[in-house]
Design a protein. Structure first.
Length: 271
């Protein structure tokens, strides 16, 4: 039995299938962890969601920003971006059922001393605290009144954590930390706009996982989201977004052995 954590698929279903073949993935014995952003931008979002639902008994998933965006677009909370490829999901007879399944997935997973999130964790949060904060958002997102959460989910403020944050500001910052963050300063203040490489990080900021005395530093964290960072296996972090959508690779990490398996971008995955 092997457990494979796989970086951001983003609808690159051809590459995803090629990676499963290269891994010799067997659903009767193996398991898959998906670090979020399973859909959008690639041509195979519908196929990816259908595969996830059909194989939900052997996969673990955390939500990414593109996954949340798809749910918001489906409910007309936000218009689709020009680069979105969500229309096949929205048009499909089972599209809303697939998005309902997606809405009920967590923001954070911890198993056998390994945590998985999409983007990152604020340096002020311990693993147990982060699980509690993730559960706050999950409870609202999975509640019957989830539309109200989606209506106020977008935005860059607040950009620094305080324990006394309340209401939608609290939920928005928790959501942004788990699904959007890349860099922050030593105080944990976030810069949401930065998407570049390590060498281009603005003065005073650093990758979220390199903040001194990060409270989650003793736990291995599997994540994605930061394609310009690429494969990163330091700082007790396993960052797996290697930019398949942009012509890079789709990456799998075997959690038991730390072996890396990659396949190249398939041109069929992008219009």
């Amino acid at each position: 039995m092997a457990t494979y954590a796989i970086g951001d698929v983003q609808g690159c279903f051809y590459a995803f299938q090629a990676l499963l073949t290269k891994l010799n993935f067997n659903p009767t014995r193996d398991r898959i962890w998906l670090v979020g952003d399973m859909i959008n931008r690639g041509t195979g979002s519908l196929e990816m969601l259908r595969w996830c639902v059909a194989n939900q008994h052997v996969i673990k998933v955390v939500l990414g920003n593109h996954d949340l965006h798809a749910i918001a677009v489906a409910h007309s909370i936000r218009p689709p971006h020009r680069s979105d490829t969500l229309q096949p999901v929205l048009n499909a007879h089972d599209g809303m059922q697939l998005l309902e399944w997606l809405r009920h997935q967590p923001l954070m997973l911890v198993e056998d001393d390994i945590a998985m999130v999409h983007a990152g964790m604020l340096p002020q949060w311990s693993i147990n605290q982060a699980l509690g904060y993730a559960a706050e958002v999950e409870a609202v997102l999975q509640h019957n009144n989830y539309i109200q959460f989606l209506q106020h989910m977008y935005g860059n403020h607040p950009h620094v954590w305080h324990d006394d944050l309340q209401g939608m500001e609290r939920l928005r910052l928790i959501t942004n930390a788990f699904t959007r963050m890349r860099i922050c300063n030593a105080l944990g203040e976030l810069d949401y706009g930065f998407k570049g490489e390590l060498a281009d990080i603005p003065p005073g900021f650093m990758p979220w996982f390199q903040v001194p005395n990060r409270l989650s530093g003793d736990t291995t964290i599997v994540c994605g989201h930061w394609s310009a960072l690429g494969l990163h296996q330091q700082d007790n972090v396993r960052a797996l977004d290697t930019g398949c959508l942009w012509g890079g690779q789709l990456t799998a990490l075997c959690l038991e052995t730390e072996a890396i398996t990659q396949v190249d971008f398939d041109p069929r995955d992008k219009d």
